[in-house]
Design a protein around this ligand. Structure first.
Ligand code: ADP
Ligand code: MG
Length: 247
């Protein structure tokens, strides 16, 4: 059974239809690259998965639970449990500015209080090491580079031990010389079999790391395939036009 199953997802903002019948599956250990022009609905799709947007129709199943089935959401207390299976990393990091790096990592697990402080501290230490920021634990986000901020955001998302990580253009706000360090952390995660959905314009990353690419345009999935095939030998004119523009 697929880890995530999205079926006929529909979303409108008022009269504007932003997602039209989006259907796809994510298997465990998949790294899925989502590409497509600005305004095609990529962010709305990711945000719908973690219930930052209410959808207007369709179903989203995450492992054993339906977040929403045929347009009907699970009960509020269930929703929290289901969205906790996913971690999200945003384009603009969205760190808490008044908290140190370590506090950013520890806040959510401490609020949820399911684990001892000792266990949380052990994990935050390990994760800071994983993202290469052990020396920045006591520093506030304003003192970090964009690349460092995004690595904190990744560490923070991992603190909740998600089954799947969602990335929304994680390197788009970074200076080019800082994208590499963030992509490297993501590559390491992929190598450790983390399941990931990555909205990205980094075509080389998609080809190297992803096992599937999805091209979205105008609220639809237009074409999907292995990233090397889709990006170097697209079948449909809309995909070709987009890739020609992005080169
Ligand atoms: P992408 O991430 O592919 O650039 P988005 O999902 O951000 O696309 O946006 C898809 C469409 O939905 C765009 O036309 C955008 O203007 C619109 N949109 C996104 N969020 C909102 C919102 N909160 N209210 C109204 N329209 C929105
Ligand atoms: Mg977007």
């Amino acid at each position: 059974m697929a880890l995530v199953e999205v079926t006929n997802l529909k979303k409108s903002f008022g009269q504007l239809e932003v997602l039209r019948d989006i259907t796809f599956e994510v298997n465990k250990n998949d790294v899925i690259a989502i590409i497509g022009p600005s305004g095609s609905g990529k962010s709305t799709m990711l945000r719908s998965l973690v219930h930052l947007e209410d959808i207007n129709g369709g179903s989203i199943r995450i492992s054993d639970d339906y977040l929403v089935k045929d347009g009907v959401y699970s009960k509020p207390q269930e929703l929290k449990k289901i969205t906790a299976k996913m971690g999200m990393v945003f384009q603009h990091f969205d760190l808490f500015p008044h908290l140190t790096v370590l506090e950013n990592l520890e806040l959510a697990p401490r609020l949820i209080k399911k684990e001892s402080l000792e266990v949380i501290k052990q994990r935050s230490k390990e994760l800071l090491e994983k993202v290469g920021l052990s020396d920045k634990a006591k520093v506030y986000p304003s003192k970090l580079s964009g690349g460092q901020k995004q690595r904190v955001a990744i560490g923070r998302a991992l603190m909740m031990s998600p089954e799947i990580l969602l990335f929304d253009e994680p390197t788009s706000a970074l200076d080019p010389e800082l994208t590499g360090e963030v992509l490297q952390v993501m590559k390491d995660l992929a190598r450790e079999d983390m399941t990931m959905i990555v909205v990205t314009h980094e075509m080389d990353f998609a080809k190297e790391v992803a096992n599937r690419a999805i091209f979205m345009d105008n609220g639809e999935i237009v074409e999907t395939g292995h990233p090397v095939d889709l990006l170097t030998n697209p079948q449909l004119d809309r995909t070709k036009a987009f890739l020609n523009r992005s080169l």
